[in-house]
Design a protein around this ligand. Structure first.
Ligand code: 5GP
Length: 200
């Protein structure tokens, strides 16, 4: 059996990356499995332990780093976030395609560890639209929104190192485009594996 493919999704706050990942996972045809990250941030309303994140203390998180249990980790807005190495590796070995929804520092570390990973980045159609979406969801103060917009600029710069950039102007179109990319990548990788085994 061939190994699964590691897909990594990033995008600044407000680009709709969370909704896009939800839809990708809901569609069983995509054959994607989410890796649940660990974080030291507080659980938010509507989130579920073990499903949204594994919530841990800073001490436990540092222990996991020391024991080399993280494929990657990063500090974001004052909290640690990290991807469990063992889970991801065993899913890939068993042929499952894995989706990581992580920020760019971590994504680029994953690319170093797994050069064959497929990095996808979501951008908004404009800064005005991003500001509008952040304001409308009403989760952050005006100062926090300005901070997020500044952080987004750094993230946009990192997006140039990704394999694919998608514009989330219309959600359904964007999801369809990503699904096609996932399908095409899986088909081409299968063909490559077949070619490698073929006699000539
Ligand atoms: P939130 O606190 O809004 O759930 O996530 C904040 C940011 O952390 C998002 O950009 C999210 O993609 C990112 N993130 C979530 N899990 C991980 C992870 O395991 N590693 C890294 N590097 N970033 C993560």
């Amino acid at each position: 059996m061939n190994n699964g493919i590691l897909f990594v999704m990033s995008g600044p706050s407000g680009t709709g990356k969370g909704t896009i990942c939800e839809q990708l996972l809901l569609n069983k045809d995509n054959d994607l499995f989410l890796s649940v990250s660990s974080t030291t941030r507080e659980k938010r309303k509507g989130e579920t332990e073990g499903v949204t994140y594994n919530y841990t203390s800073v001490e436990d998180f540092k222990q996991m780093i020391e024991k080399d249990e993280m494929l990657e980790y990063a500090m974001y807005s004052g909290n640690y976030y990290g991807t469990p190495k063992k889970t991801v590796e065993s899913m890939l070995v068993s042929g499952k395609n894995v989706l990581l929804e992580i920020e760019p520092q971590g994504a680029l570390k994953v690319k170093n560890a797994f050069p064959e990973a497929v990095l996808m980045f979501i951008i908004p159609p404009s800064m005005q639209e991003l500001k509008k979406r952040l304001s409308e969801r009403g989760r952050e103060t005006v100062e926090q929104i300005t901070e997020r917009l500044e952080a987004a600029k750094w993230e946009f710069e990192q997006s140039k190192k990704y394999n694919f950039i998608f514009v989330n102007d219309n959600l359904d179109d964007c999801v369809r485009e990503i699904e096609k990319t996932i399908r095409d990548t899986a088909q081409c990788r299968n063909l490559v594996d077949k070619l490698l085994k073929e006699q000539y």
